[in-house]
Every structure is written in structure tokens, then in C-alpha cells.
Design a protein around this ligand. Structure first.
Ligand code: MCA
Ligand code: AMP
Length: 505
């Protein structure tokens, strides 16, 4: 095998006329067409000067071409760095510079905004628009539909995915070919995927969930995906009878339950509903079972680790738990102070080890050493306990993180922006329960002595530095922040105080 990830996920389907992507307009992209396009794009990357191991940053709307770009990078030995389409130019600039990307692929609409950074870093830029058009496709059209796959080893980097940090600085998680492959094969087997499966794909493809879990599992068995540009509950309901599997964040499931046409009959052809990226309420699990007869299978993962645990396909899918460790993955719960393993049923920090665990943070050896132990265990920052049957329960987080609609939002990043606004003395950003998104962001602000911060102006000012999904859904002014004796802000008190802020939503 000259390039394990390409050979096992993509190359094995080369030339096949079976469908890979089924699009909303009814058209189909076969494996042959998809891999032909990927090969053409790989030629463009090579001609553009990309060498094996170089990073390519992509901020592109979901499309068959965007997914082909992932395959092209794997085939050309280039490290793929997908970026949330909601990121602002300011956020993008950090990722591009930090990763040392050699090429950026973006929508033509943001080309101009990126011109200063591309000029400064002498970066090559190509465009790929939501409809697949752009200079990347223009260049690819004249290229051969086969590409000599670049030699890579399983230990080589396949992707760099940024996750935000508690200090406000994002870290690039280095994922090797072996990390992705081991998880793809494990999940395909555990979740009984076959070439007959049709996966309803409504997740974004710039995160592990939509890009690796959903797509790689499909590729392992040569199945197909109904590939939708984004989540739209009506579209999901209309297409469900053509599918066999859905993967989603909990918001997908609460929105489906709110849909008047979503019932047992509509879900009767489905064999599996998977949920992850955020906690699925036990209440949602039971409502879903009542309505459809299906038990949602909840699993647990992270960008750094891919998937760690999963409820069983055949055994009991226990509501409110994330299931059992996947084969070859070790999970333990430890004392945050001493690192000692805790007995069954005791809450502590969750640590994981296995072939799925990343290689460390890009150019951040100290941060890597702080979270990835020398013995290979990764300290997840999640708090949980393992019950007597081995099921893992996640009960909280040891990190200041909000998960809203499946997106991670780090309060520190928003607090830094709020604190810099005129009239603001200090701020605390918290997540509170939200029926649709699980958690929603609230910014709690204290005015400078004699200051009068204008909340509307602040909301306007955060547009430039922060992606829209990170914006507080509400800003509130308070006289002071509650602090403990160590002067640390007591966010739990604030969360309690504002717990009903979105009650009626
Ligand atoms: C959109 N908005 C949000 C979110 N999404 N605000 C907070 N949290 C969100 N998640 C804002 C928009 O900026 C906009 O604001 C308004 O809500 C409506 O936007 P719209 O695009 O219409 O929203 P939507 O289409 O309804 O999106 C909600 C969504 C989406 C379907 C839940 O956020 C989504 O696809 N989430 C999945 C994320 C995901 O894949 N996570 C996996 C990463 P305004 O109205 O003010 O303009 S985690 C992972 O990969 C790990 C490894 C794992 O375990 O899986
Ligand atoms: P990310 O950094 O985007 O990969 O998000 C990883 C985090 O999402 C984990 O550390 C957990 O806090 C959370 N997470 C993922 N899956 C689940 C789940 N099924 N239940 C609860 N939290 C989850």
C-alpha cells in the first residue's frame, strides 16, 4: 500500500459506476466521477507547487467538489485543513498563518478580503464556490482523471483540524492517516455498515462528525450518501424514506420531533440514527423511541480523538450515556489532582488512549504535553463516570466550553472581545439551557465606573472578530460578577441566575 488512507478509502472504488453522492436535485455522482474529479484536483494542487506534507486551508461551502478536494489532498499527500464557513476574515487569518498553509481555497466572495494575507504570506489562492464553480474547477477540467497517488505512511499527517482553546487561542489537532483509518473501520463494523446503506448527510463537512465519521464510514463499505448542503428539517423529512442511516447532533433530533410529519411510518425504512457532538437529553432519546420505535445510538468523540465510545448496535442503548469504549480504545476516569484511576461509579476526568488519538497540537509542544500524557492517554477535559456495566456517563466538563447546536464555543475568546469594548470593565460568557441548541451563549457585562456600554453597539462590534454562531444570543449588564475567595468568577452562580433566560424559546 503506497498511501493507506487513499488506497483503503478512495482508491478501492476507483472506476466504480455505483453511486457515491445523491444530490437534492435527484442527480447522482458516481464513485468513478467523484474520484476522477479528485484526481484532476490533485493535479491542480501539484501544479500549484504543493508538496507532500504541505497544508491546504479550505473555507468552502458544502458541495461534491468540496468533498472531492478532501480526496484530492489525501491523494496528493497534502494535509487538509477544513475551516468553518462562518469564520470571519480575522479568524481565518489566524488559522492560515498558524498552520503555515501554502494554499487557500475559498469562495470568490471572500477572495478580496483575504488579499492582504495572501500577499503577505505569498500564498496561492484558488476559488471554489457553493455551486462548484471557481478557479479550482476551471483548472481541474483540463487535467487527466487519474493521478499517481503520492506515497504516504500511516503515521503521516492527513488533516489538521483547529479546536478552540480555553485561553482563547485555537490549537491545530494533528490527525494521522492511521487515526482516521482505524476509526473509520471500527465504526463501519460496529454500526454494521454495508454497501446497501444510504446515509442522510446534513452535517457540515469542516468538522470530524460530518467529514470523517459520516464520510469515511460510507467510504469504507462503498455505500452512498444523500448529500445535502445544510440541515433543513423539511428536506430531511422529505428524503428520509430514501435513506437507511442518519447521523446528527441533538438539535437534528429535537427539530425532527417538532415536525408534524415525522412519525413511525416515515422512519420505518431507517435502520440507524446516530447522535453525537453534544449531550443528547434522555428525554429526547425516550420521545424519539416512543415516536418512531428507534433507539438513537449515542456516541462520544472529540476532534483530537475521533470517536471513543459508542452505545452498542445490538445490545442496550442506554439513554443519557455515551456507551462503551470502542474496540482498541481504552477509557478511564481519573482524579484530576493525582491522575489516579477512580473506582466504578466515581466521577472524575475522562482519559482515552488508542489508535484514534491524535499526534498532538501543531507547533504547541507544551500544550500537547499538558493534555497528551507520555503513556498515550489523552486528557479530554470532560467529566464522567463509568457504571458497573461499563457504560460511560458524561456529567460535565472540566474546561470552560459551551456546546451550542454541536458547535464548540470557548467563552474566553468572546470575553476578550467584550472586554475590549468601550465602557466595559469586564465580562463573563456562559452557556445556559436552550431548547433548540442545547446551550446558548449569554454575555454578562460589568460597566466601567461611570461607563455606559451600549449593548447594540457591542453586538455590532463583535461581527468583525467573531463568527456569527459565537455571538451571544443575549447581552446583560450586571453590577458585578460573583467571585470566590480566590477571586475566580463563579460561572455556576451566573448559569443558575440566567438558567431560564431562553425558557420560552
Ligand atoms: C447557527 N447559528 C447558531 C448555530 N448554528 N448559533 C449558535 N449555535 C449554532 N450551532 C446561528 C446563525 O449564526 C444564525 O444567526 C442563526 O443561528 C440561524 O442560522 P442557520 O444557519 O439558519 O442555522 P441552522 O441551519 O438552523 O443551524 C443549526 C444547526 C447547525 C443545524 C444545528 O448549527 C449545525 O449543522 N450544527 C452541527 C455542527 C456540527 O457538525 N458539529 C460537529 C462538531 P443569526 O440569525 O443571528 O444570523 S464536533 C465534532 O465533530 C466532534 C468530534 C463530535 O463528537 O462529533
Ligand atoms: P470538539 O472539540 O468539537 O471535537 O468537541 C468535543 C467535545 O464535544 C467533547 O469533549 C465533549 O465535551 C462533547 N461531546 C461530543 N460527543 C458528546 C456526547 N455524545 N455527549 C456529550 N458531549 C459530547
Amino acid at each position: 500500500m503506497i498511501n493507506p488512507l487513499y488506497d483503503q478509502l478512495f482508491g478501492s472504488h476507483f472506476g466504480k459506476s455505483s453511486p457515491f453522492l445523491r444530490l437534492a436535485d435527484g442527480s447522482v455522482v458516481t464513485y468513478a466521477a467523484f474520484l476522477g474529479l479528485a484526481a484532476q484536483m490533485a493535479h491542480v494542487l501539484k501544479q500549484g507547487g504543493l508538496q507532500p506534507g504541505d497544508r491546504l486551508a479550505a473555507q468552502v461551502q458544502k458541495s461534491p467538489e468540496a468533498l472531492a478536494l478532501y480526496a484530492a489532498c489525501v491523494q496528493a499527500g497534502v494535509v487538509f485543513l477544513p475551516l468553518n464557513t462562518a469564520y470571519t476574515t480575522e479568524e481565518l487569518s489566524y488559522f492560515i498563518e498558524d498552520s503555515g498553509a501554502r494554499m487557500i481555497i475559498c469562495d470568490a466572495k471572500v477572495e478580496q478580503a483575504l488579499s492582504s494575507i495572501t500577499a503577505r504570506l505569498e500564498l496561492s489562492l484558488k476559488t471554489l464556490n457553493a455551486d462548484g464553480s471557481g478557479t479550482l474547477k476551471d483548472g481541474a477540467l483540463f487535467m487527466p482523471k487519474a493521478f499517481p497517488t503520492v506515497v504516504r505512511s500511516a503515521d503521516d499527517l492527513a488533516a489538521l483540524l483547529y479546536t478552540s482553546g480555553t485561553t482563547g487561542r485555537s490549537k491545530g489537532a494533528m490527525l494521522s492517516q492511521a487515526n482516521l483509518l482505524s476509526n473509520a473501520f471500527t465504526l463501519a463494523k460496529e454500526w454494521r455498515f454495508t454497501s446497501e446503506d444510504v446515509l442522510l448527510h446534513a452535517l457540515p463537512i469542516f468538522h470530524t462528525h460530518g467529514l470523517f465519521v459520516a464520510t469515511n464510514v460510507t467510504l469504507v463499505v462503498g455505500a452512498s450518501m444523500i448529500f445535502l448542503p445544510q440541515f433543513n428539517v423539511d428536506q430531511l423529512v422529505n428524503l428520509m424514506q430514501q435513506a437507511t442511516v442518519l447521523m446528527g447532533v441533538p438539535t437534528f433530533y429535537t427539530r425532527l420531533l417538532d415536525h408534524p410529519r415525522f412519525d413511525r411510518q416515515l422512519a420505518s425504512g431507517m435502520r440507524l440514527f446516530v447522535s453525537g457532538s453534544a449531550p443528547l437529553l434522555a428525554e429526547t432519546h425516550f420521545q424519539f423511541e416512543d415516536r418512531t420505535g428507534h433507539c438513537i445510538l449515542e456516541r462520544y468523540g472529540m476532534t483530537e480523538t475521533n470517536m471513543n465510545t459508542s452505545n452498542p448496535y445490538d445490545g442496550e442503548r442506554r439513554a443519557g450515556t455515551v456507551g462503551l469504549p470502542l474496540p482498541e480504545v481504552e477509557v478511564k476516569v481519573t482524579d484530576p489532582e493525582t491522575g489516579a484511576t477512580l473506582p466504578v461509579g466515581t466521577v472524575g476526568q475522562i482519559e482515552v488512549r488508542g489508535p484514534n488519538v491524535f499526534k498532538g497540537y501543531w507547533q504547541m509542544p507544551e500544550k500537547t504535553a499538558a493534555e497528551l500524557r507520555a503513556d498515550g492517554f489523552f486528557v479530554t477535559g470532560d467529566l464522567g463516570k463509568i457504571d458497573k456495566d461499563g457504560y460511560l456517563h458524561i456529567v460535565g466538563r472540566n474546561k470552560d466550553l459551551i456546546i451550542s447546536g454541536g458547535y464548540n464555543i470557548y467563552p474566553k475568546e468572546i470575553e476578550l472581545v467584550l472586554d475590549a469594548q468601550p465602557g466595559v470593565f469586564e465580562s463573563a460568557v456562559i452557556g445556559v439551557p436552550h431548547r433548540d441548541l442545547g446551550e446558548a451563549v449569554i454575555g454578562v457585562i460589568v460597566a466601567e465606573p461611570g461607563g455606559h456600554p451600549d449593548l447594540d453597539q457591542i453586538m455590532a462590534a463583535i461581527q468583525t472578530p467573531l463568527a456569527r454562531f459565537k455571538h451571544p444570543k443575549r447581552l446583560v449588564l450586571v453590577d458585578e460578577l460573583p467571585r470566590n475567595t480566590m477571586a475566580k468568577v463563579q460561572k455556576d452562580i451566573l448559569r443558575k441566575k440566567f438558567k431560564d433566560a431562553f425558557h420560552a424559546v
